[in-house]
Structure formats: structure tokens, C-alpha cells
Design a protein around this ligand. Structure first.
Ligand code: DLZ
Ligand code: SF4
Length: 508
């Protein structure tokens, strides 16, 4: 009996569980570009193009290897428009009753597949270092799910940067060395760029025609779209970017969109690269003496620590995680997130490069756009929808814990032990944005005061009941309480006036 093998747009690996269980001689691989997935949120056109191009090239690769692939293009006239209906259509076409799938990284899709009236097995997605069961066992009975402890277990499990049972370099974590302010210049020209081939060009034309109104530019598409290219990209970065990655991983510079960042999330998250091959390449570079330990460790922690940890949280917490809103924030996401004019240079830089590249690095996401949304009290579900839509590396399993948990503190402190908030001071220290900003980062009140300064105190004041007793926030409240009463009132009034302007849609 013929079976269908479902391969989703972010499962583009020959080693994916469903393909390992299938038989090329008798089973049919089903892949589908569908509006159901491409249109349920306004994805950045570059994200859609990356996924469709990589899907088409992966399907061709499978065919070369002898698989039969039933591939639906977005503009196929017979297409039903959703993954589930495509499965049903293909089941009828091929007389199949059984489907083998790999569990999707999004609860919505998992539930949809569960409801398909065919015999459908969802196999665990084992492209990760830790299984869901392993993470659940680690989390069980712990009061606090500290990433650092989980990460150390993953170091022991993988043997990465280990000397016997001790961490290489005598320390588990070299983060103190990874917070340098921006350097004078960047001597790395950024990620390897790939000229669109025929497949990519075709996809770009389709996406340009069908998603013309989505936020985001399709110009200068340079992403890798197959495994070979992704591996070239990785090797290029390990050689030229990694050595300085650690030092400047938190720095932000005007016009510098990539600094020394790896930009491997794009490729890891759709299956073109595997976490262990990426970490091994980094460890090898360290072993050869080509990169310092703070760079290698800082990177490997992001992959086998943070990335695995957020996936564990997503599956542990269940489908309603994305609707959590501990702080009861209700403000609509301001238009400036979709490119509306703003005088805030940090926001303009972060949103502007997001529009161009479908990419911004972690500190731009956490401490600029995320920080602003949290301080301004934006509805976390809308913030989540934005990150999921605009970043090419964003799939819900990884994006939601980062946004709902880490950035917006909406999950009640599962991921972060305190809200990630800062005034303009932090942004000024870690970037060169403030010197060219229309606002004054040193001003605490008045028409030119940096909005992050105003909103920082407004946030602390309005959430006093919840945070005043948090020992990690006591200092902030002491500073606020020591401020002159009149000045405090002015700060709050200026902050409220700013928020009113924001709500009215006036440029801020
Ligand atoms: C994000 C996305 C997009 C834009 N388009 C498709 C598609 O057309 N076909 C497909 O199989 N998957 C797509 N995806 C990914 C899914 O929406 C979903 O986010 C992941 O499969 C969850 O792991
Ligand atoms: Fe951003 Fe404030 Fe600096 Fe302007 S002054 S760039 S708004 S932190």
C-alpha cells in the first residue's frame, strides 16, 4: 500500500524522521507551497522566498535520489490551499490511506495534522540535541528552569568544548568577555551572498506578484537555498566572522546589519544545516587555534543551550503559551513596527534593516524593538505576531519563547527571571545610534528626552505591585524612589504624553 510522506517547508533534510521511515520505491513525498501557511500571517517576502526556493530545490534533490515527489506550487490551479487539504487530495490521487509526518514546530499545525481523517503518524523531530522527553525530565521538579544548568548538561551530552568532564578553558561560560561596545570598524564583509539561480528567480517573481503588499523588501535576495550553499555560508563565517563574534555579539552599529553574526538560524531552522555540524565546525576552529574560546563558547551556547532550551519550553508549556499576558499589556503594536516614520534612531535602524533583510540580531530584537514594546505595554500576542512574520528564521517553536517569554515577560517569568527592560543608557553604551538621534539620550524629561528613558520609569511605576519585591529589581526602585517627587511626576506625565502620541498614530 502506498503511503504519503509529508515534508513541511522547514523540514528540508534527507535525515528528517519521516523520510528515514519511508521507502522511495513505494512511498510518495508530499510537499506543498500553500496560502494556508504563507498567508495566515503577513510573512516577510524574503522569508516566503527562502522557504519556497529551498522547498523546490529540496524536492528536485529528492527526485534525483529516486523519490517520487508530489509537489504543489503556490499557483497550481488544482491546489486546495492548505497542507491538510493537499494531503487529502494526494491521498485520493495515489490511493493512499496512511501518512508519515515529522512533528511540526507549531502547535497549530500539529493539531491540524491530528485532525486529518487518514492514518497519520507524527514522528518526533530529532534534528535536535535534546529530545522533548529529555527536556521534560530535566525540567521536572525544578523551581526555576535556568538555561545555564540545562546548557551544561548539553555540553556533557555532546562533549563539545569538554576536557574530560571539565569545561574547556576552565569555565562554562565566557559571557563577561562578550559584551564589548561597538568597535571602530568591522573587518568582516558579512555573510556569503548567493546570486539567485533559475529556481530562485522563479520564486522571486511569484512572491513579488503574490505578496506585494507585505511588509519587507524582496530586493537583493542573497540567501543560501540548498544544503551545499548553506555549508559554504557556514565555512565562510567560521573563517572570517567567528573570531570576533564573541567580542561584539551584543554591539549595534548604524548601517552594519550583520557585524560578526553567524546568520545560521535561517538555515538551521529550515533543515539545511544541522546543529551538531555547525557546532563541530566552530569547535574545530577553536581547536586549531583560529578562534578564541569566548567566541566558540558564546556561539555553541546559543545553539546547544539557548536554542534547545527554548524548544523545550515551547513543547513543555503547550499551545496556550502564545496567548499569555501576565502584565496585561493591551496597547496595539505601533505603526512604526511596520515602517511608519519615527525619530528614534535605534528603532528606525532595527525596523529598517528588518524590512530590507528579514533579519536583525538578538540585541536589536531584545533590547530595541522588544524592549520598546515591553516598556510601552504592547499586547504580547501582537508583538509575537510581528516577530513571527518579519524574521526569516522565525518559526513558532523558537520565536514564541523568545518573544512571549524572554522579551515580553508575558509567561510570568518561566524564561526570564526579570523583565528585560532598559533605559536609553544601555542602547547608548552598546551602539552608535544615540549620537545621531533626534532625541537626547541624556535627557530624562522634556520634549527631547529619549523615549526609552521616559517609558522605563513609567513601566516600573505602573508595575510596582509586581516587581518592587523582586530582589533583582530593588536597585531600580531605590533609584526611582530617591528621585525628587516633582521630577517623578514630570517623568510620568511626559511618558503618558508620549504614549498618547503613539496611540494617536502621530510620528514619535
Ligand atoms: C512559514 C511557512 C510558509 C511561509 N509557507 C509554507 C508552505 O507553503 N508550506 C509549508 O509546508 N510550510 C510553510 N511554512 C512553514 C509552516 O508554516 C510552519 O511554520 C512550520 O512547518 C512549523 O514548523
Ligand atoms: Fe534610541 Fe533613545 Fe538613543 Fe534615540 S536616544 S537612539 S531613542 S536610545
Amino acid at each position: 500500500m502506498v503511503r504519503l510522506v509529508l515534508v513541511l517547508g522547514d523540514q528540508l533534510s534527507e535525515a528528517i524522521a519521516a523520510l528515514r521511515q519511508a521507502d522511495p520505491a513505494r512511498d510518495i513525498v508530499v510537499m506543498a507551497e500553500v496560502m494556508g501557511e504563507a498567508g495566515y500571517i503577513p510573512h516577510h517576502p524574503k522569508k516566503i522566498a527562502l522557504i519556497f526556493a529551498a522547498m523546490r530545490k529540496f524536492a528536485a534533490r529528492l527526485e534525483r535520489q529516486g523519490w517520487t515527489v508530489a509537489y504543489t506550487r503556490l499557483d497550481d490551479a488544482q491546489s486546495s490551499g492548505t497542507i491538510v487539504d493537499e494531503l487529502l487530495r494526494r491521498a485520493e490521487e495515489f490511493g493512499a490511506k496512511e501518512v508519515i509526518a515529522t512533528q511540526p514546530g507549531e502547535w497549530r499545525v500539529i493539531a491540524e495534522l491530528d485532525a486529518v481523517p487518514l492514518t497519520l503518524r507524527q514522528l518526533p523531530d530529532d534534528r535536535f540535541v535534546a529530545t522533548q522527553a529529555e527536556f521534560a525530565a530535566w525540567a521536572k521538579g525544578r523551581k526555576q528552569l535556568r538555561m545555564e544548568w540545562f546548557y551544561r548538561d548539553m555540553r556533557r551530552k555532546t562533549g563539545l568544548l569538554m576536557e574530560g568532564n571539565q569545561p574547556a578553558g576552565g569555565q562554562w561560560n565566557f559571557d563577561q568577555e562578550n559584551r564589548k561596545p561597538p568597535p571602530q570598524g568591522i573587518d568582516y564583509k558579512g555573510p556569503m551572498r548567493f546570486t539567485p539561480d533559475e529556481t530562485v528567480t522563479g520564486v522571486l517573481a511569484l512572491v513579488a506578484a503574490r505578496f506585494a503588499n507585505n511588509f519587507g523588501s524582496l530586493d537583493d535576495f542573497w540567501f543560501a537555498t540548498d544544503q551545499e550553499q548553506a555549508r559554504q555560508h557556514l565555512a565562510h563565517w567560521v573563517r572570517h566572522g567567528l573570531p570576533r563574534f564573541g567580542d561584539y555579539q551584543d554591539a549595534m552599529m548604524s548601517g552594519e546589519r550583520f557585524l560578526y553574526h553567524a546568520i545560521v538560524g535561517l538555515y538551521l531552522n529550515i533543515g539545511l544545516l544541522e546543529p551538531m555540524e555547525v557546532c563541530q565546525a566552530v569547535e574545530d576552529a577553536w581547536k586549531s587555534g583560529d578562534v578564541p574560546i569566548n567566541a566558540a563558547e558564546g556561539f555553541i551556547r546559543q545553539i546547544i543551550g539557548w536554542r534547545e532550551y527554548v524548544r523545550g519550553i515551547y513543547f513543555l508549556e503547550g499551545p496556550e503559551y502564545t496567548s499569555r499576558n501576565l502584565l496585561e499589556h493591551k496597547r496595539d503594536l505601533p505603526g512604526l513596527y511596520w515602517g511608519g516614520a519615527t525619530r528614534m534612531r535605534c528603532m528606525a535602524q532595527a525596523v529598517g534593516q528588518t524590512r530590507e533583510e528579514a533579519y536583525a540580531h538578538h540585541i536589536q530584537r531584545l533590547m530595541v524593538t522588544g524592549n520598546f514594546a515591553l516598556l510601552a505595554g504592547v499586547d504580547p500576542a501582537q508583538v509575537h505576531g510581528w516577530y513571527l512574520a518579519v524574521y526569516a528564521d522565525a518559526f513558532e517553536w523558537v520565536e514564541a519563547p523568545n518573544t512571549i517569554g524572554m522579551s515580553q515577560y508575558a509567561d510570568g517569568g518561566i524564561v526570564a527571571s526579570k523583565p528585560y527592560i532598559s533605559s536609553g543608557n544601555y542602547i547608548n553604551k552598546m551602539s552608535d545610534y544615540c549620537k545621531d538621534c533626534a532625541y537626547q539620550v541624556k535627557d530624562k524629561t522634556g520634549p527631547d528626552a529619549c523615549p526609552f528613558n521616559l517609558l522605563y520609569w513609567h513601566f516600573l511605576d505602573r508595575h510596582r505591585g509586581r516587581f518592587a519585591n523582586n530582589p533583582r529589581m530593588a536597585n531600580m526602585y531605590r533609584t526611582w524612589d530617591r528621585m525628587d517627587g516633582q521630577k517623578r511626576e514630570t517623568v510620568l506625565a511626559d511618558a503618558s504624553a508620549f504614549l498618547e502620541k503613539l496611540d494617536a498614530g502621530a510620528p514619535v
